[in-house]
Design a protein around this ligand. Structure first.
Ligand SMILES: *Cc1c(COP(=O)(O)O)cnc(C)c1O
Length: 425
């Protein structure tokens, strides 16, 4: 908070820090108002801490929304990105990009995938998966009107096809006509899937793919059910329906395994990754285990996709995760956090409904019938120096960097406890 903490991040000279509250007036007149922002401006970070323009320190349990895998100002990421931008940062896919090939090899060796397509975001990765599924439907299954089943309360992105895939009306309102060919079923309900497949099978129309998150993030921090996903896998194997898993939020280590699907004991045909993949440098990936040859040259592309800068960053994240036993840290710190949050929940049974999660994606759900929302708890925690993010109106989400320490987990839990007390409940 004072100059003493400033020297903790040696990459930032103390003179460059503003030490004044940020005035957002000009920002708001020039930037389109698509976000409801919290009233602070973050200026620098180190590890799991960030500082705002007033010099105030926060423990960061948001990590750029489950993105800054290695925290802030990680020495390995600084070195890679600096070196890569000094060498070559972007050339397009008109040419071979060796580091893109190296990253693809790492992903193929550390997942069920056999081929990778690179892009820049989660929505773009899911668009690629949707296009691949449709081409597969037309050319392999010979379905004229393919339908993709997705889950209610899911989240797949903000492009037109991915808001349509997203089973939440609030993201679709006023953006119709939506993209045809999607249908929604309740999450973790196998009977609903069987019914939908039977109902949709009519004339030229059939289910071609099922797209699901292994763990719902934005839609309320809800783990997939193991038995449900095993049944889904079986249905897909028997019918030729593609199983697509959206791993954008939980892939690349967040659940304590590289991929969320590993927790469910199954392998998808196609899966997507983005948020944590390059530790906060924009990247997306669509990977397939089967039907990798459905796309031919010219079918799909992305100008920035898989550029040297993003791929070098992702490769460094991958090697650091593997080399420094970070997955084990994710499992242990996750267990520690859930234990502490459950103790707090036990003290506030009239406020907290449930604590749930895998690895370092965890949620605390507030009771539906009380007059307290997740954003109010998030604001109270922010006032006490902890950054958290809501997942819907009743769930508070905890997604710290995967390098978080035991002391930082303890400090975060203490703040949550103080926030509960401050809300006088
Ligand atoms: C964040 C998210 C997306 C969208 O990713 P963007 O990079 O914002 O396009 C898609 N699916 C899931 C599961 C996500 O959490």
């Amino acid at each position: 908070m004072t100059t003493e903490t400033l020297v903790e991040n040696p990459a930032i000279p103390v003179e460059s820090v503003m030490l004044t509250p940020y005035d957002p007036t000009e920002f708001d007149t020039n930037v389109m108002g698509t976000y409801g922002r919290f009233p602070i401006a973050l200026e620098r970070g180190a590890g799991c801490c960030v500082w705002d323009t007033s010099g105030r320190e926060y423990l960061d349990f948001v990590a750029g929304i489950a993105t800054c895998t290695l925290g802030h100002a990680h020495p390995a990421l600084i070195e890679t990105v600096t070196q890569q931008i000094q060498t070559l940062h972007h050339v397009s896919n008109l040419y071979y990009i060796p580091v893109q090939g190296e990253l693809a090899k790492w992903l193929v060796e550390h997942s069920c995938a056999e081929r990778v397509f690179f892009c820049n975001s989660g929505a773009e990765a899911n668009e690629g998966a949707i296009k691949l599924a449709r081409k597969y439907a037309h050319t392999v299954l010979e379905i004229d009107k393919p339908v993709i089943l997705t889950a209610q309360a899911s989240f797949h992105g903000r492009t037109l096809a991915t808001i349509t895939a997203t089973g939440q009306p609030k993201y679709q309102k006023h953006f119709d006509p939506l993209v045809p060919g999607f249908c929604y079923v309740p999450y973790n309900d196998i009977q609903a899937v069987e019914n939908a497949i039977a109902e949709i099978d009519e004339g030229d129309q059939r289910v071609a793919a099922i797209m699901m998150e292994p763990f719902q993030g934005e839609g309320g921090v809800r783990p997939g059910d193991r038995e449900y996903f095993q049944r889904l896998r079986k249905i897909c194997d028997e019918t030729g329906i593609l199983l697509i898993m959206d791993e954008v939020q939980v892939g690349m280590g967040r659940t304590g395994t590289y991929w969320g699907y590993e927790n469910l004991g199954i392998e998808p045909d196609i899966f997507t990754s983005a948020k944590g993949l390059a530790g906060g440098i924009p990247i997306g990936a669509m990977m397939c285990k089967k039907f990798c040859d459905v796309f031919s040259p010219g079918d799909h592309a992305s100008t920035f996709g898989g550029n040297p800068l993003a791929c070098a960053a992702a490769l460094t994240v991958a090697k650091t995760l593997a080399g420094e036993a970070i997955l084990q840290n994710v499992q242990e710190r996750g267990e520690q956090l859930r234990t502490r949050l459950r103790a707090i929940a036990a003290k506030y049974p009239h406020v907290v409904a449930e604590v749930r999660g895998w690895g370092l994606i965890n949620g605390m759900e507030l009771l539906a019938d009380i007059d307290l929302t997740s954003v109010e708890v998030v604001k109270a925690a922010m006032d006490l120096g902890l950054l958290l993010v809501p997942a819907g109106p009743k769930v508070i989400r905890f997604v710290p960097p995967l390098i978080v320490s035991a002391q930082e987990i303890e400090r975060a839990a203490q703040v949550v406890e103080e926030a509960m007390a401050a809300l006088a409940i």
